[in-house]
Design a binder for this molecule. Sequence first.
Ligand code: FES
Ligand SMILES: [Fe+2]
Length: 419
Amino acid sequence: MLNPEDNDLLCRVGPGAPMGELFRRFWMPAMVPKELPVPDCDPVRLRLLGEDLVAFRDTNGTIGVLEERCPHRRASLFYGLNEGCGLRCVYHGWKFDVDGNCVDMPNERAETDFKHKVRIKSYPAKEWGGYIWVYMGPPDRKPPLPEFEWAMLPAAHRWQKKWLYNANYMQGLEGELDTCHTTFLHRENDTATLSPGLSEAHANWQKDGMPSLDVRVSDYGYYYGSQRKMDDDAYNWRITQWVLPSNSIIPQPIFPISSRAYIPVDDEHTMVFGTSFNPDAPMTKKDTDFLETGLGAAPKTFPGTFIPETNKSNEYMVDRDLQRRGSATGMPGVNNQDRAIVESMGPIVDRENEYLGTSDIAVIAARRILIKLAKDLAAGQEPDLPHNPALFGVRPIDVKTRFPDLDDVVIQYRDKLGP
Ligand code: FES
Ligand SMILES: [Fe+2]
């Protein structure tokens, strides 16, 4: 359980909130490049960490992320005209470049020199690893881009998608750090359309619903191992990586690997950036078919939006007959099942009334670390991780082995776990 004060500290991400400040020390994936396809394309509304922003790609192809409201009389720059290396407010014509400088003020006489006194809040943005990233922290703390393994690979090795969760980021992240639920929530009676890796994983999850967990804190967050007993006296070990502040990299017995970033839109909404990747080879058509269709697929979203078609308004397409026939939820798709259950907890779950057991130790550890880092930062101690980009490049594993101890598994598979 968490008391309401700590729960607030964990979940609130707006400007000035301790956790909001911690997120503001990291580059965050915020958009997919197709949202800003060409120079001078239409501006796009972007809400991030509780701030309303507008993103645009200027005439030179440089991406700008500005506060949505014009500093003159607060009109929305979403309606602005993106032309001539800047975004022009349509109310009185003030124009801003990607760095937030006011470059034209056609309603003021030149002698007032007013234009040089006005700036709009702007945040640095960069394309990297298939996403557009934004940094919202102090300029003098701006770190290098994080070297996630998938971000360093050629684009053909990865498959990416963005979608909305109607819940606080931590609820989604906690689902990723909770291997135990896979046995229950994701039990299916027909696994024919699962990818080979997910199919094997599903069989392992069903063999042992009481995995024992072991957490090792690290410079980048932690990794935890879950040990499940298999029929043949071996163990199925899944080692999941949690990379601060809200990235999970979860394993499958065979590629692709799945990495997710839970990026707060605000306290009660989250954009998930899902990246599946194969470090050793480009994705095949078969790989991407599994990722786009079938039970393990990322959600299908309404055209032109990131809103999953299967959602609360249609009760996540629950089929009670399917549920009676053995599918735990009767809901189509692993991803949909996760989202349904995370959203069902409410926008910010009441953690004061939980009863946590031994299967929740990884969730508990993540909360403690995040709360400590946010408090440390509020007391003036900056996090080290953002300035060590290579530490982001860790990898999970899912293996069968006779080692009963996590540290022995790590030694055995050291080279597969990344730096
Ligand atoms: S409100 Fe934007 S120029 Fe006046
Ligand atoms: Fe899940």
